[in-house]
Each structure stands twice: as structure tokens, then as C-alpha cells.
Write a protein that binds this ligand. Structure first.
Ligand code: ZN
Length: 447
């Protein structure tokens, strides 16, 4: 690719740059120059200058997603590493962190190494979380040190939360020496089992009162304070009460971070109609009320919650067309994350630069430098890992086929604002909108 992108807003949070009206020259996968006007003989220009009063397209570092489920190994029909990578690239993501709850789970150093090998030739960097406990059943901690040595960027039993606070404290202390966070899916399994009158697996249990989350958050924070070291990362917060607990923990100086999903920021309304089947809205933790949503948006804006993470959870249609109580929880999110946050997640308009920060620098900080993930920066002369998006362009979800192998989102048919025009990873074009950025059409790296 050799082209000048004309008239874009460049947002590079770590470089403290937020400048509209810039020309960006990308040649051979490298950013050669960012300047208010660039002309170079023979170099094609993609003119993205907006009409007066219209927000410009944004060029920023590639997005990092802390939370995806790619279903490989175990359920290739729902998603593969390849289709997941394609969906990520289309959503502007250049890095994503795969959870360990595959079949079998990634709970040994050997499986971590296998997972990394399987993901090694994809243009989107797929980073791997190792399970915290064998089989995710909360009984026996994995060999944390060896899993990290095999390449795990974090530890966590996402999907489940059956580890005891005592075990969690031990794990936090151990991961502190390895500069890795422990990711916790904060839902109290005993309370859920009680509320549903069930025993055994609670993953599909439909009744999940808000107290199941706040209690789990408080127990995890207490484990962190007992451990006296370590980094606790709270996944997919969904409620006002959890935000309050997070705030208290931070005031106490504890090393606790948190993420929020686009669906909990938006709760879908009012763009999506009641989906059919209804279970398309079923997700853990559940979509809650407007007060919760507002508290989450506020916490993300102020930086108390540092990252937007999709919790991309593909499922085969058969798993979602069961009766609501029996259906699998979760929804896909890689391709709709940006547009959901902009259109109905409270992060458009004046909050766009903040949103970029929470999709790039925030998640990178949570992973930490020891993870090996390069700093999300736009550096002159280096291979570009970046995303170009139009915050205003409207599209209808599902009108053109999604890249994910699954279609389980209640947003099918919704009209959203915000489209990704171009994604580069390590200097390679991994996604492009051929209508808006025609210049690179022949060079897209197939994924
Ligand atoms: Zn989870």
C-alpha cells in the first residue's frame, strides 16, 4: 500500500496527539508522515475530507480486545481462529485475548503452547489466557508459572467462577511475581444455583440477580487485599453496585482494573427490536436496567473502568434457538463493538477520543508490558498497526454478511453509526472497505 489518507483526525493517546485535518502517508506498510497537508508526486490520494460540520474519519492505533471466545478447539462450527480473526480485523481489532473455556480448556502449559501455535499465522494477534484452575472447576490451581512461560498473557476461568477466595489470593500472589493479571468473571455461582433452584453447572441458569455480581466482586477484591500483591481484573461489569465496589477498592489503593462490554454500555435499546429468538439477548451477566447502564458509561468515561472488551461469544444457531432458560448465554461482538459504543453506548461525539483510549491504551495497560503486546502507538517510520474508521457512516447489521461464523446478536437489522474502513496490523492490510478506501483493494492479506 502506498497512499495518502487526506483530511483525517489522528488520535494517538500515548503520543498525546489528537489532531483533525491531517494527511497520513502510508507506504509499504509504514507511516511515512503525518502532516496537515502532504503532496507527493505519483502517490494516490484517498480524500476523506468531511463536508463542513461533519465529524472526520479517525486514524488511531489498532484496537485491543481483552475478551473473546473463539471456540477452537472444540466447536469449529461456532467459530474458528480464522473466522474470529476476520471478524476482529473487520471490527478494527489488531490484537485479541482468547479465553480458556474451550473444549478441552486451556489449562496446562502444553495446551497454552498448542493454542499459541494454532494462532501463530493469523494477521490478528491472538493472545491466550490460561485457565486459573484445572477444568475451570475451582478445585486445583493450574501450574501458573509454566503456563506463563508457555505464553499465557493472563490467568482466568472466564465463563465460570468457582475458585475459592483463598485460592484466588494464592493465585494473585503468584501471578504478581510474573507480572500477569488474574481475570475474574464476577458472578457468585452458589447464589445463582440457589436463585435457580439448581445444582451443578450454572452457566445457562437464567436467573442472575445483581447481588450475584456485587458479591463476587467484593469477594474477589477481598482476596486481592489478603494477597497483598497481584493484579485483579474484573471482567464485564454490569451493574451500578459493582462500579461502587470498584471505586472503593481503587480508593484503598488496590491494583484492580475492570472492563465493560458494548452490550452492557448500551443494553441495545432503542435500536434493536425484541429479537427472535428471544435468547439472542441472553448473556452472562445479564443486561440490566438504565441506572446500571448509566453508571457503566460514567465509569468508562472517567477511566474508573479502563477498557471496552467485547466478550465475543459465538454460538451455533441451535444453541440459541432453545427455550430461553436452556439456551447458551453470550453474543458476538467484534464487528459491532465500535458502532455500538458510538451509537448507543454513550461514547460518540465528544467522547470519541476517550473511546479510542479505552479500546487501545486501556487494555494494553491491563495486560502490562510483560505480555509482549507492543504499545498502541502511531510511530513515524515503523510498521503501521492502526485502524481507520468513519464515526458517522451508517450501516445495517447483517445486511452484508458478518465475518464471524455465528450470527448470534440481537443487533441483526439494527441501524448503527460507525464503520471501520481500514485495518493494518504490522504493516499488512487485514481489512478494508473497498468502496471508501479503494486504493489498497488488491493487497488485502487473506485471513
Ligand atoms: Zn465471563
Amino acid at each position: 500500500m502506498n497512499a495518502i489518507l487526506r483530511g483525517v483526525r489522528v488520535i494517538d493517546p500515548l503520543g498525546r496527539l489528537d489532531a483533525p485535518g491531517q494527511d497520513v502517508w502510508i507506504d509499504g506498510g509504514k507511516i511515512l508522515a503525518i502532516y496537515h497537508h502532504i503532496d507527493a508526486a505519483g502517490v494516490p490520494v484517498v480524500d476523506l475530507t468531511p463536508p463542513d460540520g461533519v465529524d472526520p474519519c479517525v486514524l488511531c492505533p489498532g484496537f485491543i480486545d481483552l475478551h473473546v471466545h473463539l471456540r477452537q478447539p472444540g466447536d469449529d462450527e461456532a467459530e474458528t481462529l480464522e473466522t474470529g480473526a476476520r471478524a476482529a480485523a473487520a471490527g478494527g481489532f489488531t490484537h485479541m485475548v482468547a479465553m480458556a473455556n474451550t473444549t478441552p480448556p486451556i489449562d496446562t502449559p502444553e495446551r497454552v503452547a498448542e493454542a499459541r501455535l494454532a494462532a501463530s499465522n493469523l494477521p490478528v494477534s491472538i493472545l491466550q489466557v490460561a485457565a486459573l484452575t484445572r477444568g475451570l472447576d475451582g478445585e486445583e490451581l493450574v501450574d501458573i508459572r509454566k503456563c506463563v512461560e508457555s505464553g499465557a498473557v493472563a490467568l482466568g476461568d472466564d465463563g465460570r467462577n468457582s475458585v475459592s477466595p483463598r485460592q484466588l489470593a494464592i493465585a494473585l500472589a503468584e501471578t504478581a511475581h510474573l507480572s500477569r493479571a488474574v481475570f475474574v468473571h464476577p458472578e457468585d455461582e452458589e447464589m445463582i444455583a440457589q436463585a435457580n433452584g439448581t445444582q451443578g453447572s450454572v452457566t445457562r441458569s437464567p436467573i442472575r440477580p445483581v447481588e450475584t455480581e456485587t458479591r463476587a466482586v467484593n469477594l474477589a477484591v477481598r482476596a486481592l487485599s489478603h494477597a497483598r500483591s497481584g493484579h485483579l481484573h474484573l471482567q464485564h461489569l454490569s451493574s451500578e453496585g459493582s462500579v461502587a465496589s470498584l471505586r472503593r477498592a481503587r480508593h484503598q489503593g488496590l491494583a484492580v482494573s475492570a472492563e465493560v462490554t458494548p452490550h452492557h454500555l448500551s443494553m441495545w435499546l432503542p435500536v434493536a427490536e425484541e429479537p427472535d429468538p428471544q435468547a439472542l439477548r441472553k448473556v452472562n451477566p445479564p443486561l440490566r436496567g438504565e441506572l446500571d447502564r448509566v453508571a457503566l458509561v460514567q465509569a468508562l468515561r472517567e477511566g474508573l473502568i479502563e477498557a471496552v472488551a467485547t466478550d465475543h461469544a459465538p454460538h451455533r444457531a441451535a444453541e440459541k434457538s432453545l427455550a430461553y432458560d436452556d439456551a447458551a448465554p453470550g453474543m458476538i461482538g467484534l464487528e459491532t463493538a465500535l458502532a455500538t459504543c458510538i451509537t448507543i453506548g454513550g461514547m460518540g461525539g465528544e467522547w470519541l477520543a476517550t473511546l479510542v483510549e479505552r479500546l487501545t491504551v486501556g487494555p494494553h495497560r491491563i495486560l502490562g508490558p510483560a505480555s509482549g503486546v507492543p504499545e498502541p502507538r502511531l510511530r513515524i517510520g515503523e510498521s503501521a498497526t492502526c485502524t481507520l474508521f468513519d464515526p458517522n457512516a451508517e450501516w445495517t447489521v447483517g445486511e452484508t454478511p458478518l465475518h464471524s461464523r455465528s450470527r448470534n446478536t440481537p443487533l441483526i437489522g439494527a441501524r448503527l453509526r460507525g464503520t471501520v474502513l481500514l485495518t493494518l496490523a504490522g504493516g499488512r492490510v487485514i481489512h478494508q472497505d473497498p468502496a471508501r478506501v479503494p486504493i489498497v483493494s488488491e493487497q488485502v492479506t487473506s485471513v
